[in-house]
Design a protein around this ligand. Structure first.
Ligand code: TYD
Length: 221
């Protein structure tokens, strides 16, 4: 898709994705001709409105498939209006969550047919697939504690409020996604100081850039 580079960040609650996106964006400014940072659900006006509906819990009664449909609708707008045009211009796009979050969160309990989930993903994402996905892995107890500390007195949102068993299933789902697609996914141990996490991410980025250059020289598409 386009000439740019599409990088997504995934993981459970409180894994530190937004901090790592900020740190990576800071380092990439010298390398990328254009840098776009965005998030899901959200990134466009329409998708941000859907975000409010979903994260407030108002759509919970639709069940996991209904919520997956709403996340996908938000994603379609996000891709059409923001991600695909940016990649076509040659931008590096850093996105906080993407389709793997739907697979993991809405698929965590296994109550939606995998084939239906895959068809929904293909319909929404088409060929706008990430070039590289960082899966920030952290034991759920630690991530949830960080998320709790971050939000202070505010209520837990729709998914943070799920029980611990759900968050363990979620972690397993993300690791399964990474195992199934090792070309695209890098699992990063996020239970470390943020500089160490950032160093691992930078290492994988540098490798990606090297590979891209090599492919350009060799004429590999
Ligand atoms: P956010 O505040 O961005 O959480 P975080 O900081 O953990 O990324 O809220 C996004 C929430 O929505 C998060 O709990 C994960 C969930 N989510 C899904 O369940 N499915 C999806 O497809 C996406 C994109 C997010």
């Amino acid at each position: 898709m386009g000439k740019g580079l599409f990088i997504t960040f995934e993981g459970g609650e409180g894994a530190g994705k937004s901090t790592q996106i900020r740190l990576l964006a800071g380092r990439l400014r010298d390398y990328a001709r254009e840098l776009v940072t965005t998030r899901e659900p959200g990134g466009t006006e329409l998708a941000e409105r859907l975000r409010d509906v979903i994260l407030s819990g108002r759509a919970k009664k639709f069940g996991p498939l209904g919520e997956a449909v709403l996340f996908s609708a938000a994603r379609i707008d996000h891709i059409d209006r923001l991600i695909a045009p940016a990649l076509a211009r040659g931008a590096v796009v850093l996105c906080d969550r993407f389709a793997d979050s739907t697979r993991a969160y809405q698929g965590a309990r296994g109550d939606v047919d995998e084939k239906v989930m895959a068809a929904l993903e293909n319909a929404a994402v088409a060929n706008c697939r990430p070039d590289l996905t960082f899966i920030l892995d952290i034991p759920p107890e630690i991530g949830l504690e960080r998320a709790r500390a971050r939000r202070g007195a505010d209520n837990a949102d729709r998914f943070e409020g799920e029980n611990l068993a759900f968050h363990w299933l979620l972690r397993e789902r993300f690791l399964t996604i990474a195992r199934a697609d090792p070309e695209r996914c890098r699992v990063i141990d996020a239970d470390r100081p943020q500089d160490a996490v950032a160093a691992s991410i930078w290492e994988a980025m540098a490798e990606k850039f090297r590979r891209r250059e090599h492919e350009a020289v060799e004429g590999v598409s």
